[in-house]
Write a protein that binds this ligand. Structure first.
Ligand SMILES: Nc1ncnc2c1ncn2[C@@H]1O[C@H](COP(=O)(O)OP(=O)(O)O)[C@@H](O)[C@H]1O
Ligand SMILES: [Mg+2]
Length: 219
């Protein structure tokens, strides 16, 4: 029985694989395709919606967002036996731009994680302006890794920057929680975190995001 959700990594650095291999009972199908990106065509032909997670700056949360969003969508679609959503995790470097461009050929839309820090703004703008916008694909910037304990200034500055660029963006924000950072070491996705308050909040962010995107039915 095919899973409702499939995660593909085309990152040659393969940190996604490293993570996925450590997760017990992966809630989605997983494949590594950086050597055979043309296989992505098969997934698009399946009729599933294909979402590319992209930002050519490393460390912005592409892998974190891909695996955890996929996990909550898989949870919502539990029991569905046809493929509905494909999430593609992409490289965080300019050298691998050809791989990103290949993935975009098969995409229906793009999610661009952006941390609320000025240093990430210019590289993100480059990815959006030179790689994503020319494809004409719908895209959404997603603020990731905001630490509420730092106050709202960084968040508001980031929202103001996004607005000044006239980028489309998501209302949902993925907050910074240690559980996310630890999760890759422990081999867990957000639906598998322990039951405690920070984990609950970390999970809540991804469910809220899935609902806003309309993934998982209902919308
Ligand atoms: N919302 C978050 N809360 C806590 N840590 C995060 C969050 N998003 C990303 N991280 C951490 O930041 C680092 C980079 O994230 P990662 O998803 O690997 O980025 P990318 O795939 O864009 O290179 C990782 O150690 C990850 O655990
Ligand atoms: Mg990554």
């Amino acid at each position: 029985m095919p899973a409702a959700v499939h995660v593909v990594s085309i990152d040659p650095q393969a940190s996604t694989v490293w993570w996925a291999n450590r997760i017990h009972d992966l809630p989605f199908d997983f494949s590594q395709e950086h050597e055979t990106p043309e296989n992505l065509a098969i997934l698009k032909d399946s009729g599933a919606r294909v979402h590319v997670i992209a930002n050519q700056k490393g460390g912005v949360g592409k892998t974190t967002v891909t695996l955890n969003l996929a996990a909550v969508v898989a949870d919502v679609l539990k029991g569905t036996d046809t493929l509905q959503h494909v999430f593609i995790d992409t490289p965080g470097s300019l050298q691998d731009e050809n791989l990103l461009l290949e993935a975009l050929k098969y995409a229906h839309d793009v999610i661009v994680p952006l941390p609320p820090e000025g240093l990430a703004f210019d590289p993100t703008a480059r990815t959006i302006q030179t790689v994503i916008e020319p494809t004409g694909l719908p895209y959404n910037v997603l603020i990731n890794n905001w630490d509420p304990r730092d106050g709202k200034a960084d968040l508001e500055d980031t929202r103001a920057y996004i607005e000044a660029q006239s980028w489309t963006s998501l209302k949902s924000v993925i907050r910074r929680y240690k559980v996310h950072t630890r999760a890759s070491v422990e081999g867990k996705v957000v639906t598998q975190y322990d039951e405690n308050k920070p984990s609950f909040k970390a999970r809540e962010d991804f469910y809220r995001l899935a609902i806003e995107l309309g993934y998982g039915g209902g919308a």
